[in-house]
Design a protein around this ligand. Sequence first.
Ligand code: NAD
Ligand code: AHE
Ligand code: ZN
Length: 368
Amino acid sequence: MKSRAAVAWEAGKPLEVTEIDVEGPKAGEVLVRNVATGVCHTDAFTLSGADPEGNFPSVLGHEGGAIVEEVGKGVTSVAPGDHVIPLYTADCGECKLCKSGKTNLCSSVRETQGKGVMPDGTSRFSTNGKSLHHYMGCSTFSEYSVVAGVSLAKVSKDAPLDKVCLLGCGVTTGIGAVRNTAGVEPGSNVAVFGLGAIGLAAIQGAVMAQAGRIIAIDINPSKFELAKQMGATECVNPKDYDQPIQEVIVDMTDGGVDYSFECIGNVHVMRSALECCHKGWGKSVVIGVAGAGEEISTRPFQLVTGREWTGSAFGGVKGRNLNGFVNSYMCGHIDLDSFVTHNMKLEQINEAFDLLHEGKSIRTVIHF
Ligand code: NAD
Ligand code: AHE
Ligand code: ZN
C-alpha cells in the first residue's frame, strides 16, 4: 500500500515528506495506521548522525498513537480497530530479560530493531524499489507502519491518540525514571537537569512521589515557567553562577540532593548530576542519550562514598503496563496536555525539528 511518510535520507539533512510503499504484515507483525506522533529529541539525535545505531535512509519516529489495520499470522494480542501505542522497548513476556522480572528491557526483537529491520531481517518500507530502514521498531513518521506484535501496547479507545502518543516515550520515561528506577520517597530532595519533555515529566513524577524540594535546572530560562507549573520548587540557570553547577546544588541543599536525573544527553552534565548527590546515599539516574564515542567520568571516590550512578530506558516501564499510564491521564492524574506546545501536519515536520533545536517547543504533535 501507499503511505505518506517523512523519510530521513541521510544524516544532518531535513526529512523529505513523500509517498512510500508499505508491505503488509508478515507472521508476528502488525500493520498500524498512525494517527499522531510526537517528535522526541532522540529522533533529532539519530537524524544528526550521532547515533551508533542510526540507519539511513529510514523512517524515524517512536512516539506514536495508532490504530491496528491488519494483523499477521499468529498475532493474538491485538486485533483490527484496537488503539495502540508502539513500543520501542518491546514486551514479549517470554525472553530471559522479561522473565527475570528485573528489567523492562526485552530482548525479543532488540537486535534486528537496532539494525533497522523487522525480526526476519527485512524491511516493509520502500520507495521507487529502494528499501528504507525501520527505526526503533516503531517508525511513527509514516501514516502506515509495520511493527512486531510484541511492540504494541493496547490502550483504551476513549483516550485521545494525539495526546497519549506522548506516553510512547517522553512522559512515561520521565515519570517512570522517578518512580521505578530511582524510587523517590516522600520528602526527598530531587534535582532535574534539562527541562524538555523528559525533565518536565520527571518533575511531574517527583510531585507524584511527594518529593520535598524539586530543583529544576536548565540553561534556557524560558523553560522555567512550565517547570514551576509542573511542580518545581526552584529553578536554577547554571549560567548565573561562576561555580560548577554541582557545587551550587550541594550548597543549596545542605550536602546534596537525594536523587538527580540527567535529561539532556550531555556527559559533562551527567557528571554534575552525580556529583550534586548527597554523600552516603544520593542516587543519580542517566536518562539523556549521548552520542557515539562519548563517555562519562567521575572520581571513583564519588561512588566509594556512597553515591549511586544508574540509568533508565523508557522509565523502566513494561509495555504491557502502559494502559495504566493512559488511564492515569484519563482521570487527571497525569498531565499530558501541557507538553503539547505545537500541533502540525506531517508536511511541517522539519519545522518541528527546528523548534526543538531552538528550545522553543516541548513537544510538537504531528497529525496525519
Ligand atoms: P529537549 O531537547 O526537549 O530538552 C533538553 C533540555 O536540556 C532543553 O530544555 C535544553 O535547554 C536543556 N539543556 C541543554 N544543555 C543543557 C545544559 N548544559 N545544562 C542544563 N540544561 C541543558 O529533549 P527531550 O526530548 O526532553 O530529551 C532529553 C534527553 O532524553 C535526550 O537526550 C533524549 O535523547 C533522551 N531520552 C531518553 C530516553 C530514555 O528512555 N532513556 C527517552 C526519551 C528521551
Ligand atoms: N541507539 C543508541 C542508544 C539510544 C538510546 O539509549 N535509546 C533509549 C531510548 S531514547 C527514546 O527517546 C533506550 O531506551 N535505550 C535502550 C534500548 O534498548 O535501546 C546507541 O547508543 O546505540
Ligand atoms: Zn523518545
